[in-house]
Design a protein around this ligand. Structure first.
Ligand code: G4P
Length: 544
C-alpha cells in the first residue's frame, strides 16, 4: 500500500493539474471567435475574407483578389469546378490570430444549390457576418441564410459593402433589414458621402473618423474627434458632406435604436458597419469591433443536457465530410467542431454512434490548401480528421461519458435523377464513388422498389448533380449518365402497413440507404392526396 502522504500528494497534484487545465481551456475559449460570412453571391465575401486573412497575416498576398481573377479561383476554393465557374462550392475553414484573438472563419458556398451544406456549416458558427452589397440591398440568398442564423439565435453582424459605388441610402438599407428580415439594426459607423464622393466613415462608438486620402483613395487616415460636430471633419470632408453627416447622425441619435449588448447577443439587433472590402476601407475597424462584440464559444445542446465549452472532457461533432480535397492524396476528411475540452493529437475518444474508441492521430487545420497538423485545439476550433470511412455527418466524439450533440438539420431533396454507369466494367469504382460522395451529405441516394433495379439521386440544387458527375469522372474515373425525373417532393413514410404499390399516380415508392420507405411525388397535389388517403401514415420531410 502507498503511504497516505504520497497518495495525498498525488491527488493534490491531480487537482492542481486539473485546475490549470480548466484555466487553460477557459482562457483559450475566451479568445476564440468562430463565425461564418453569409451573403448573396457577388456581394464581396471572397474579397472580405481575404482582407481579414491579410490582417491576420494568414496570407501575404496583397491584392490577391486580382490574383484570383488571373487564376479564376480564390484561396478558399478547392475544387476544379469552382475554378471553372469562379464560385465557391464547398465550405472551407480558415484560422488566424489577431489582437490576441484566435479567429476561425467558416467559409460557406454562396451558390444557392449548396445551401444544405451551408446550413450545416452554420451550426458550427457562434456568430455570423451578413455581407450586403450597398447597391443591391438584401438579396434572395441573404434572406435564406439569415433565417437559418435567426433560428439558431446567433448574433448577426452586418457589413454593408461596396461603399465606393453609388447605392441605396443607409437609412433605406436599415429599413430594408427591418422590413425584409425583421431585424432592427444599430449603425456602428456612418458613411461620409458615397460612391465617388465617399470620403470616409464616422465611427459612432469610438468617436473617430476614418478618412480616405489621396486622389486614388489609397491611404486611410484615422483621426480621433470629439464628436460628429468636430471641425476636423468639416476641414476634411467639406461643408456639404459634413452637414449631411450631422443631420443623419442627429436623426439616428434621436430615432435610432441605442446599442444594446444583450439584444446583439440574442440576435435581435444587428450592428451595422459600412465599408468597402476591395479598398480595404472600414475593414480593420470592423474586424476590431467585431472581435470585441462577437461571442466566444458557448454551451451546446446534447442528449445529456448542455455541454459547457469549459468542460474538461473533450467533445465535438462532425458537420461536414469531404472526400478527395487533395486529389493527389485521395483522402477523405471529416470536419469536426470542438465543443468542449482540449483536443490533443493522438488522443483516444469515443465514437459515440459506433460505441468504439478511436485515436485522433492526424488532425489538420485548414487554410484552404495549406494544411497544418494540429497538436492542440480548443472549443470553437474546427479540425479535419482523416476519415477511413467511419464518420457520418452529425457523429459525436467524446471523452469520458457519451455525449451526443443535437442532430444536424437535414433537408428534403427537390430534384431527382436516375443514374447509370456508361461503362459496366467500372461498376466497382462507381459504387465506391457513390458511397463516398453520398456520405458527404449533399446527395441522397434512393433505390427503386419496383421490378427494375434503379438508383435515384436526390439533391436540393441542380448544380450538385453537375458536381457529382464531374467528381465521379475526375476522382473515380467513372462516366455516368443522369436522367432527370419529374419528381419534386420526397416524404419518408412511417407506417408498418404501407403498401408501396399504392404509390403509382404521379408518384413512386423508393427506399433510402437504410431501407426506409420514401415516396416521391411529382407535384403537391399528388402528395396531398396520398397524405389524405393514408391517415395512419406519417409523411416526414427528412429521414426519421
Ligand atoms: P463573392 O465571394 O461574394 O461572390 O464576391 P467576390 O469577393 O468575388 O466579389 C464580387 C465582385 O465584387 C468582384 O468583382 C470584387 O472585386 C467586387 N468587390 C468586392 N468588394 C468590393 C468593393 O468594396 N467595391 C467594389 N466596387 N467592388 C467590390 P469582379 O469584377 O466580379 O471580380 P474581379 O474582376 O474584381 O476579380
Amino acid at each position: 500500500m502507498r503511504p497516505l502522504s504520497q497518495t495525498l500528494h498525488k491527488s493534490e497534484g491531480k487537482a492542481s493539474m486539473s485546475q490549470s487545465l480548466s484555466d487553460e481551456i477557459k482562457q483559450e475559449v475566451d479568445r476564440r471567435r468562430t463565425f461564418a460570412i453569409i451573403s448573396h453571391p457577388d456581394a464581396g465575401k471572397t474579397t472580405l475574407t481575404e482582407k481579414l486573412l491579410l490582417f491576420g497575416g494568414a496570407i501575404r498576398l496583397a491584392g490577391s483578389v486580382k490574383a484570383r481573377k488571373a487564376s479564376r479561383h480564390a484561396t478558399s476554393d478547392w475544387m476544379e469546378i469552382e475554378k471553372q465557374r469562379g464560385i465557391s462550392v464547398t465550405s472551407s475553414v480558415m484560422q488566424f490570430d489577431y489582437l490576441n484573438h484566435r479567429v476561425n472563419i467558416l467559409d460557406t458556398p454562396g451558390h444557392q444549390d449548396f445551401s444544405e451544406d451551408t446550413y450545416r456549416t452554420l451550426t458550427a458558427a457562434d456568430s455570423a457576418v451578413m455581407l450586403i452589397d450597398v447597391a443591391k440591398g438584401v438579396e434572395a440568398q441573404t434572406i435564406k441564410l439569415f433565417q437559418v442564423c435567426r433560428k439558431r439565435g446567433i448574433p448577426i453582424f452586418t457589413f454593408i459593402n461596396k461603399l465606393d459605388r453609388e447605392g441605396k441610402s443607409p437609412f433605406e438599407l436599415m429599413e430594408e433589414l427591418e422590413q425584409v428580415l425583421g431585424i432592427r439594426s444599430v449603425p456602428m459607423n456612418w458613411p461620409i458621402g458615397m460612391g465617388r464622393e465617399l470620403c470616409g466613415v464616422y465611427d459612432r462608438m469610438n468617436s473617430q473618423v476614418e478618412l480616405f486620402q489621396g486622389n486614388d483613395h489609397s491611404t486611410i487616415e484615422v483621426r480621433k474627434v470629439d464628436d460628429y460636430n468636430d471641425s476636423i471633419i468639416r476641414e476634411m470632408a467639406g461643408d456639404y458632406l459634413t452637414d449631411q453627416l450631422i443631420s443623419d447622425l442627429e436623426l439616428l441619435d434621436v430615432a435610432g435604436d441605442p446599442f444594446d449588448y444583450e439584444k446583439v447577443q440574442a440576435g435581435e439587433l444587428t450592428p451595422i458597419f459600412f465599408g468597402s472590402a476591395v479598398n480595404n476601407f472600414g475593414v480593420q475597424t470592423f474586424l476590431e469591433n467585431f472581435l470585441k462584440l462577437a461571442p466566444k464559444p458557448t454551451s451546446r445542446n446534447s442528449t445529456s443536457g448542455p455541454i459547457e465549452p469549459s468542460n474538461e472532457k473533450f467533445s465535438g461533432y462532425v458537420f461536414k465530410i469531404q472526400a478527395n480535397m487533395n486529389p493527389a492524396h485521395r483522402d477523405r476528411i471529416a470536419f469536426l467542431r470542438i465543443c468542449s475540452g482540449r483536443f490533443e493529437r493522438g488522443m483516444a475518444v469515443k465514437h459515440v454512434r459506433n460505441k468504439k474508441e478511436i485515436k485522433l492521430s492526424q488532425p489538420q487545420q485548414f487554410l484552404a490548401q495549406d494544411r497544418d497538423i494540429v497538436e492542440t485545439a480548443y472549443p470553437g476550433d474546427i479540425i479535419g480528421l482523416f476519415d477511413p470511412g467511419i464518420f457520418r455527418i452529425g457523429d459525436s466524439l467524446s471523452q469520458g461519458s457519451e455525449v451526443e450533440f443535437d442532430e444536424l438539420p437535414t433537408f428534403s431533396p427537390e430534384i431527382f435523377s436516375k443514374v447509370t454507369v456508361k461503362n459496366a466494367l467500372k461498376h466497382k469504382q462507381y459504387q465506391k464513388g457513390l458511397d463516398q460522395l453520398t456520405e458527404e451529405g449533399t446527395i441522397q441516394v434512393f433505390y427503386s422498389t419496383g421490378n427494375f433495379d434503379e438508383t435515384i439521386l436526390g439533391v436540393v440544387g441542380h448544380l450538385q448533380f453537375e458536381v457529382f458527375e464531374h467528381r465521379m469522372k475526375a476522382e473515380y474515373g467513372v462516366d455516368i449518365q443522369l436522367h432527370r425525373m419529374t419528381f419534386q417532393f420526397a416524404r419518408w413514410i412511417v407506417d408498418d402497413q404501407i403498401d408501396p404499390s399504392k404509390f403509382r399516380i404521379n408518384s413512386t415508392m423508393v427506399k433510402d440507404k437504410k431501407g426506409n420507405y420514401v415516396a416521391l411525388f411529382e407535384n403537391e397535389y399528388a402528395m396531398r392526396t396520398a397524405i389524405d388517403k393514408n391517415p395512419n401514415s406519417k409523411f416526414l420531410e427528412t429521414a426519421p
